[in-house]
Design a protein around this ligand. Structure first.
Ligand SMILES: [Zn+2]
Length: 321
């Protein structure tokens, strides 16, 4: 079930992940079934524009309804076929229910205390886990490297040494008001057994201990900034060497804004060649280039009226916080 998880992790930091009928039905049956039945994917209203199903270049066109037809019939203009009829079924599209994802992760980790939304769409308190003699709070964070990352991070608080789970790019050290908490990439500790999401609690605890150790090293002895940088870089290199999955590829694309630049940066960062096609495939799995960039208010191909409405709701939520 790596596909289902790689789809989920890759779109994790997308502002508004949107999957078309065609995309969802290109996934292996078992993956699609789990994503839908677990509630990770939820239907998000009919698409108002769609890629042409008959042309190889899949040009995207606005969907037009034939006036006065019962049942309703839909078409798109096409330079080849003049117009192409689209079945109502093919206008269906899906988005990711992040609250459902938060609940699934908390359940997989058998956390105590229940899930609570702190900042809608961005931050959840998932519960607590026992680590040795102490109880540690686990939070889930999304789009932590967005412009308002620091203000979202500020909600976490400094007490109780929280564990921060994320799936997109590694949170930048600058977003934390004080000591950097233990930040763990979900793809490293989560797997899928074909039926449900499973967590490797042992590995999670080990990674948390390692992150704790790094922080005490950084804070125990007064080291010069150069030495500090060296410790962090060594740790980061070890982390990077251990996984290059969709979320890293998408994060690089988001940072550099082009497939070619992202591939170049990843290649020099890792010392092994990463092609722009590898980046492009990961971006496609994440719902496409538009979905992965943090474009919130501009027009975006393939988004429904319903999703625009939801966008506005989200923005207002953000201003309230
Ligand atoms: Zn066409």
């Amino acid at each position: 079930m790596t596909t289902a998880l790689s789809i989920l992790w890759a779109c994790f930091d997308s502002a508004e992940p949107q999957f078309s009928y065609r995309e969802v039905h290109s996934w292996p049956e078992a993956n699609r079934k789990w994503l839908l039945e677990s509630g990770v994917l939820v239907e998000s209203g009919a698409a108002t524009s769609i890629a042409c199903p008959t042309c190889p270049d899949a040009h995207v066109e606005e969907v037009l309804e034939l006036p006065d037809s019962t049942p309703p019939r839909f078409f798109i203009p096409c330079p080849e076929e003049v117009r192409v009829e689209i079945a109502l079924e093919h206008l269906r599209q899906w988005t990711v229910d992040m609250d459902a994802v938060a609940a699934i992760i908390a359940r997989a980790l058998t956390l105590a205390g229940g899930v609570r939304v702190v900042s809608p769409g961005r931050l959840w308190r998932l519960g607590t886990t026992k680590l040795g003699a102490t109880s540690r709070e686990v939070v889930l964070m999304r789009r932590q490297n967005g412009e308002d990352g620091a203000s979202v991070a500020a909600h976490i608080g400094q007490t109780g040494r929280p564990i921060v789970l994320f799936a997109g790019g590694e949170p930048a050290a600058s977003i934390w008001p004080g000591r950097t908490p233990a930040c763990i990439a979900l793809p490293r500790v989560m797997s899928h057994n074909g039926v449900s999401l499973e967590a490797n609690a042992l590995l999670l605890h080990e990674l948390v201990s390692r992150a704790d150790d790094l922080q005490s090293q950084l804070h125990a002895v007064p080291i010069d900034p150069k030495g500090k940088k060296l410790i962090v870089r060594r740790q980061l290199k070890a982390e990077l060497a251990s996984h290059l999955d969709d979320s890293n590829l998408v994060a690089a694309y988001r940072q550099h804004g082009s497939m070619r630049k992202a591939a170049k940066a990843l290649t020099s960062e890792r010392g092994t060649p990463v092609t722009k096609d590898t980046v492009a495939r990961a971006v496609a799995r994440a719902g496409g280039a538009k979905a992965v960039m943090n474009v919130e208010d501009s027009e975006s191909v393939g988004r429904s009226v319903a999703s625009h409405r939801r966008d506005r709701g989200k923005n207002m939520d953000r201003y309230r916080n």
